[in-house]
Write a protein that binds this ligand. Structure first.
Ligand code: AMP
Length: 218
């Protein structure tokens, strides 16, 4: 199965992709996570990407597409994958289409998650992430069992550099200017499933599973 998670930063694409990944046992591929791994390791690619990411701008297509290309070729993607944060530009979407067409792989659904901008700002300011395993938490809505510690791997939770209010607002501006228009492209060519992001993650998950005809086991 191939799913594309779509929506503004902070709508919960990553959390829902991670739940889908566990249910469907296919990898969750987040270009944001791949880029952050490169930044943390100080690779050449990471050093090139860091400035764009810290300001909330998009990383140039040649870097992002190259990284995506390398990840998608790995064996664990043979039975499908869930894309989170890719594609974000028309060139990336066209690259993905050409790649999938060449392998005769369909996109089963584009999951479009929506939430208004002010709710996103409030949500992202409270987001905490585990840099070791990429699990995502929220200080109000999705707390870890122990404050500041990842339930999954025991890592110390951090606030992302780009989760400050000014950068969040810039990321939303970038989304509306450069990414949102892709939705029209997908609506004309693919099965788009519209999900309204709820305060409780599980409510969003139940809605999404219903629309994708997947059994929700809780
Ligand atoms: P995310 O974790 O998806 O919110 O991505 C964090 C940041 O990584 C974004 O604000 C961009 O700077 C960069 N990024 C992630 N995915 C892409 C992409 N597909 N194209 C361009 N930049 C990206």
């Amino acid at each position: 199965m191939v799913l594309v998670m779509f929506g503004a930063p902070g709508v919960g694409k990553g959390s829902q992709a991670s739940i889908l990944s566990r249910t469907l046992t296919i990898p969750h591929i987040s270009t944001g996570d791949l880029l952050r791994e490169n930044v943390a390791k100080g690779t050449e690619l990471g050093n090139k990407a860091k400035g764009y990411m810290d300001s909330g701008a998009l990383v140039p297509d040649d870097i992002t597409i190259g990284l995506f290309q390398e990840r998608i070729r790995r064996d664990d993607c043979k039975n499908g994958f869930i894309l989170d944060g890719f594609p974000r530009t028309l060139s990336q979407a066209e690259y993905l289409d050409a790649m999938l067409k060449a392998e005769s792989i369909p996109i089963d659904a584009v999951v479009n998650i929506s939430l208004d901008d002010e709710a996103i700002v409030a949500r992202l300011c409270g987001r905490r992430v585990c840099p070791a395993c990429n699990e995502v938490y929220h200080i109000l809505y999705n707390k870890p069992s122990k404050d500041g510690v990842c339930d999954k791997c025991g890592g110390d939770l951090i606030q992302r550099v780009d989760d400050s209010e000014a950068t969040i607002r810039n990321r939303l501006k970038v989304y509306h200017a450069q990414t949102q228009s892709l939705l029209a492209y997908y609506r004309s060519t693919r099965n788009v499933v519209d999900v309204a992001s709820q305060e409780e993650i599980t409510d969003t998950t139940k809605q999404m599973f219903g629309l994708l005809n997947l059994e929700y086991k809780g």
